[in-house]
Design a protein around this ligand. Sequence first.
Ligand SMILES: [Zn+2]
Ligand SMILES: [Zn+2]
Ligand SMILES: [Zn+2]
Length: 165
Amino acid sequence: MQDQVSQVASTNEVCPRCGNPLGEITTTKSGKQMQRCSTGSWNPETKKVEGCPFVKWLETPPQQLDEKCPKCGSPLLLVTTRFDKRLKRCSTNKWDPETRTSSGCDFVEWLKGTSENLDEDCPTCGNKLILYTAASGKKLKKCSTNKWDPATREASGCPYVQWIN
Ligand SMILES: [Zn+2]
Ligand SMILES: [Zn+2]
Ligand SMILES: [Zn+2]
């Protein structure tokens, strides 16, 4: 048995702005991980960062799912991108940054939002509302007459939207 001195120091990284060590890794409400400069802190009262404003966002590690790839039968991974999009991809798929090509199984499924009809009337026009859950987990209520036209990139119908939480 070795006598290990394991002070689990979070990381030994220093802030590129001020040279002080970075603080502990924290997880935000949306499930993303970030590391703030140890000399900076968030003041919820003033809604401002006090001290050094440096923040490092960490890539969310892929999560192994209890689902099998429909193409090859290997386990699927749930990946969260930096832009808050989620996708499932095959665990055998590997990206090679040197050749800029991927190898392995190429199965990818982007997760899309879901919508649900509500028994609530729109306060603007009186039509029914829809509860929309985005792939990132954010929820909003919107008017059922509101439609997004991907061709013209314009929304039509009643513009009522209410974000939840
Ligand atoms: Zn700093
Ligand atoms: Zn596969
Ligand atoms: Zn409406």
